[in-house]
Design a protein around this ligand. Structure first.
Ligand SMILES: Cc1cc2nc3c(=O)[nH]c(=O)nc-3n(C[C@H](O)[C@H](O)[C@H](O)COP(=O)(O)OP(=O)(O)OC[C@H]3O[C@@H](n4cnc5c(N)ncnc54)[C@H](O)[C@@H]3O)c2cc1C
Length: 423
């Protein structure tokens, strides 16, 4: 049954919620966003992938984002302490722009928020209190919330969209079962000055003995985050600040890039790494962005997926029916599953094994023949394109799967995937 939606309440004024509200407003819907003004001093999600650029252009924010961000022409993977393997986005040879940005997140979020305000989206500086009717699967704003927003929707909104990120407001309210990933890592991060310069401004992803860490060059600082087993982290101190500072001071690989570094911010911790709700919609509600599901951040896919998801939610709302909601859920789940498969190649050690095995064979005719293809499709993981091209998916499934084993059997390399696993 098709239904016409006219009024929408959005929960959460982050990038996904603001992008959604902005688009809906442009299309003439009555939309109000519940948001929490207080945000942490620094927020993860600072490295964008080229796949997000077309969406920034559609929203009309790329020019402003450019003014306070670093221009990101590629990604660098460090297999070991001294071995950097760089993929310039030009190598992807795809349809996407050959660049992205590293963004101070607080400014990035403010850009979308301010534009939404400018274009007339209504914002309510409070959390919405919700009530659930399990029999009808409907969610309502409670009377106190309706009063607080001066009956903005003239009764209940036709639709409530949860874009509250990891708070997962609706999933928690109605206990939607979620699928969690196998890993229980924790990310601990801060901004540093005086750390070793990164030029050009690629994101740097380092595999090291305790897990992995990122270095993201922002205009005046380097964002450095360490992804590590929580038990191991505890051995570095009582507080998160002690843990972060001690890790930086004592680990040989971290120290190498940070011997003169000074921490300029507080330290933020993120646990809870992969989580996908088993339902993304109900009778009068939808889940979008991280509120519906999030993945391990290794390939910087989060903001792209959240904003892309907001565009797909708008299409669904325009053609609102059980069928379009089902399709929305199916597409979102499928996308997360495909990204997850790529993420797994990082932790299993397959990606590193392929990079090393490729280096072993570079001086052979086989190596020279296959290298451009490997480079192109591996780079597409970092541009965000690999998931959306059948050819890349098939090629990567082969080279990151059976080909590594076949090369080993044919004695073309000596690498063991297990040796590169991230514990
Ligand atoms: C360690 C780590 C590193 C990451 N690195 C990257 C990266 O490099 N690149 C990248 O693209 N992504 C990265 N991500 C993922 C990225 O941060 C998220 O995918 C992205 O922020 C999702 O956007 P969102 O709008 O869905 O949610 P959020 O950005 O979380 O926004 C949700 C908003 O809702 C608000 N809110 C919550 N509850 C309520 C409520 N009840 N009422 C009203 N408002 C509420 C919150 O305050 C917040 O403003 C990383 C994630 C982690 C954990």
């Amino acid at each position: 049954m098709k239904q016409t939606i006219k009024t929408i309440a959005v929960i959460g004024g982050g990038p996904c919620g603001c992008s959604l509200a902005l688009q809906l407003k442009r299309k003439g819907y009555k939309v109000g966003v519940f948001y929490i003004e207080k945000r942490p001093e620094i927020i993860v999600g600072e490295s964008l992938v080229p796949a997000i650029i077309p969406y920034l252009r559609k929203l009309g924010i790329e020019e402003e984002v450019k003014t306070y961000s670093t221009y990101k022409p590629g990604a660098s993977v460090w297999v070991d302490a001294d071995e950097e393997s760089t993929a310039a986005f030009t190598c992807a040879d795809g349809t996407l722009p050959h660049y992205a940005y590293n963004v101070p997140r607080v400014k990035f979020d403010k850009t979308i928020f301010d534009l939404a305000v400018k274009e007339g989206v209504s914002f309510f500086k409070q959390a919405a209190a919700l009530e659930y009717n399990a029999e009808t699967d409907e969610i309502k704003l409670n009377q106190a919330t309706i009063n607080a927003i001066e009956d903005f929707f003239q009764g209940q909104p036709d639709l409530i969209v949860d874009a509250s990120g990891r708070s997962r407001t609706i999933s928690r309210l109605i206990n939607i079962p979620a699928k969690e990933g196998n890993r229980k890592d924790i990310a601990i991060f801060a901004h540093l000055s005086g750390a070793e310069n990164i030029s050009p401004f690629n994101i740097h992803l380092h595999r090291f003995s305790k897990g992995w860490f990122w270095r993201i060059p922002l205009p005046d600082r380097i964002s450095t985050g360490i992804v590590i087993n929580p038990e191991l982290l505890k051995s570095y101190g009582q507080t998160k600040e002690e843990q972060y500072d001690n890790l930086l001071k004592t680990d040989e690989t971290l120290l190498r890039f940070n011997s003169n570094a000074k921490r300029e911010t507080g330290v933020q911790l993120y646990s809870n790494y992969q989580l996908i709700s088993s339902r993304l919609y109900g009778k009068n509600w939808m889940l979008v962005g991280d509120a519906g599901g999030f993945l391990d951040p290794i390939f910087s896919s989060g903001l792209f997926l959240a904003i892309k998801g907001s565009f797909e939610a708008v299409n669904t709302i325009e053609n609102y029916s059980n069928r379009s909601l089902k399709k929305f859920q199916k597409n979102q789940m499928n996308e997360l599953k495909l990204w997850q498969q790529l993420v797994d190649t990082w932790y299993s050690g397959r990606l590193f094994t392929l990079i090393k095995a490729g280096q072993d064979r570079l001086d052979t005719s086989f190596g020279r023949f296959v290298e451009p293809y490997i480079k192109r499709h591996l780079t597409r993981i970092f541009t965000g394109e690999a998931v959306y091209r059948a050819i890349s998916r098939a090629f990567l499934a082969f080279v990151l799967g059976p080909m590594i084993g076949m090369m080993k059997m044919a004695r073309l390399h000596k690498r063991n995937v297990k040796d590169y696993e991230i514990k």
